[in-house]
Design a protein around this ligand. Sequence first.
Ligand code: SF4
Length: 364
Amino acid sequence: MLPGLYVHVPFCSRKCPYCDFYSISALDLIPSWLRGLDKEADLYAKDWPGPFDTLYLGGGSPSLLTVNDLKTLFEVLEKFPLAEGHEATIEANPEDVTREKVKFWKSLGLNRVSLGVQSFNPQWLNSSLARTHTVEDNKAAIETVAAEGLNLSLDFIFAHAGQSPQEWAAELDQAAATWADHVSAYVLTPAPGTALGRALAVGVAPKLPGEELTSELFLLTGEALAMRGFERYEVSNFARGGAVCRHNLKYWHREPYLGLGPSAHSFDGKKRRANTSSVRRWAQALSSGRTPLEFEETLTPEQVRMEEIMLGLRLSEGLPRELVKDSDKLADLIKDGFLAEVGQRLKPCPKGMLMADGLAKLLA
Ligand code: SF4
């Protein structure tokens, strides 16, 4: 089992109101971030000799990086050899995508673009999500990636205030009619600390759909995409023709990955580590020869079992039956249509996936 390599690019032109990823708009810190990555790479290159079979540039907005930034970044990443046939993804915002950029990404060996289209409906895109790109930008970016033949994943957010199932189904139809062979679709759930979370808390943003409509939209997502050949392989992820995201599967399979950059996480098979979520603190720690960690933990065997249950319930392939000890609770969940027992495995049914976290608590 080969490890994956993640690089967190923490820069965005502005903060989206629903976003709680670590990102900043101080683009003048890019040079210090690149110098920090070089030091961090030196710190880990010996213990992580590779080869890595996935590379993921996530963020933030990796597509903001210039040709020179990316050249420097890929010089740093030479310390981590990639295996033949690797998957290499860059997250991109539609407004950043140009033919020249995509050609350059391709020349670096990037072979997959995860495009944050978010919606094909201007109402959700520009008012609910306050994104600056347009539906036309989405279409142009999709065509540009397709013209260069890179694998394409489309990222969506749904369950907006006032969104109807018919409107959402129409967006999914549009997604399935494109070159993309992968779709990620997330329910809009702004964290309390975000601008949208605060606006909802004080009642100045329109209320989001309740549990019943959100469930309907969630189940509809799987059904609409299944009709176009996409299989739900994880709660929020769909692929056709086997085009699953190999990098993200490492997280759900508890396989090793090394994360570089502020707020990046790593897992070596036993120990989990998370970097500090501040470019400045992260860069200062590295300059003074310290690891830029916010936390580090080694799970007990019981915690590992619980984590395997929690992650397995997110995946259509499910989890080994032997992980679950409470047979009575399990029998109830099977009877109520949340889980199916298939051979030696427990597989979540669509309505089980909808409440994967709740089921994990019941079965832990
Ligand atoms: S572009 Fe993406 S990472 Fe950046 S603020 Fe918006 S949602 Fe967050």
